[in-house]
Design a protein around this ligand. Structure first.
Ligand code: B4P
Length: 319
């Protein structure tokens, strides 16, 4: 038993809360269409989502008077009960529905007290997230694949400073590149003899570990060792470049990946968060969709990350 075990009907709880939220207007869902694009050089897939109407998340100026909030309003401190799936989860967290989702049932794990979105993930945050992923997969009738992500630091694409992780499902038939990379090796924790996996065909630094299976996946110590070994490499890249700490974390039950980030926005037009670095790109209008297709996903990800360090001798970039 763990304080982070979730009820068997977790999936139903999410669904009913989500349906009620959409109906009451508390959840502002954006309709979209998607296409899969295959990068010829790497043969990896990217999923390009186009919002059907102009971004429906209102800016503070556009919001109707009754929902206008002060600029520094923190939506995660006293979360709206209509968006709350589980309050006081493990006595430290809340599990909320995203108010502005692009896909149904977009979940957030938020800390009850304010904690900074610049802080690294804790053992409890990692374990709680793994339990959520596990329960989401067990509740799924269609064998959907879920991932967790964390946008850490301003350059990572984060917009809320209160600590939160997010949970989404991959589109049907989509294989994210870290899955393919992780599938090439047995589970291991990176150390001075064995570096995290990196595909040298990708033009940006990305540190991937295949995760252990079975009960070991729910062992805090294992999760922390995996995360820390990837964070070490990430911080080394950021330290060498003398930039602020910012990185994306993406993980599933099978693998974990960290990406050091140099900037949040491409050519002053396109913001990219962790979703982008697991191959899911979001265009808020047709002009941006065209822009992404012209520039190419890898060019965009390259510009907002750091050069790939695959193949470098380990002592050159250890933290
Ligand atoms: P952050 O980590 O701070 O930033 P983000 O997910 O990049 O969201 P941002 O707000 O910058 O969204 P964007 O226009 O790029 O996350 C804060 C989260 O809190 C956001 O998800 C926000 O929606 C949510 N939130 C804000 N106020 C809230 C409230 N009162 N209650 C509950 N939640 C609240 O992207 C729009 C949305 O699409 C985001 O949700 C984003 O995560 C998601 N998204 C981006 N790319 C996607 C993709 N390819 N496929 C599916 N979804 C995608």
């Amino acid at each position: 038993m763990s304080q982070f075990d979730l009820p068997d009907n977790f999936g139903e709880l999410i669904n009913s809360k989500y349906q009620a939220g959409v109906q009451s207007g508390e959840i502002v869902f954006s309709e979209s269409t998607s296409q899969i694009i295959e990068d010829e050089a790497t043969e990896y897939q990217f999923n390009l989502t186009l919002l059907a109407s102009l971004a429906s998340k209102p800016t503070p100026e556009e919001a109707p008077e009754q929902i206008q909030r002060p600029k520094d309003f923190n939506p995660f401190l006293n979360p709206d009960p209509e968006l709350t799936v589980l309050a006081d989860y493990g006595s430290k967290f809340n599990i909320l529905l995203n108010k502005f989702p692009v896909t149904a049932n977009h979940l957030l794990l938020t800390t009850k007290e304010f904690k900074s979105q610049r802080s690294p993930l804790t053992p409890e945050e990692l374990l709680a997230s793994m339990k959520i992923l596990d329960r989401l997969e067990k509740s799924s009738k269609a064998n959907e694949k879920f991932f967790a992500f964390y946008n850490c630091g301003e350059n990572s694409g984060a917009s809320q400073p209160h600590k939160h992780l997010q949970f989404l499902q991959y589109p049907d038939g989509f294989t994210p590149f870290p899955s393919e990379i992780a599938a090439k090796d047995d589970p291991f924790i990176a150390n001075s003899k064995k570096e995290p996996l990196q595909d040298t065909k990708l033009p940006f630094a990305h540190f991937v570990l295949p995760l252990p299976r079975g009960d070991e996946l729910f062992d805090e110590e294992t999760l922390v060792m995996a995360f820390s070994s990837l964070l070490q490499r990430t911080l080394t890249v950021l330290r060498d470049a003398e930039v602020d700490v910012a990185y994306n974390v993406v993980f599933t039950k099978k693998w974990m990946m960290l990406i050091p980030r140099s900037a949040p926005i491409y050519k002053e037009k396109l913001g990219i968060n962790s979703c982008g670095y697991t191959g899911l790109l979001l265009a808020k209008n047709q002009e941006l969709e065209k822009f992404i297709l012209e520039e190419g996903p890898l060019e965009i990800l390259k510009a907002l990350g750091f050069p790939n360090t695959g193949g470098q001798p380990t002592d050159e970039y250890h933290y």
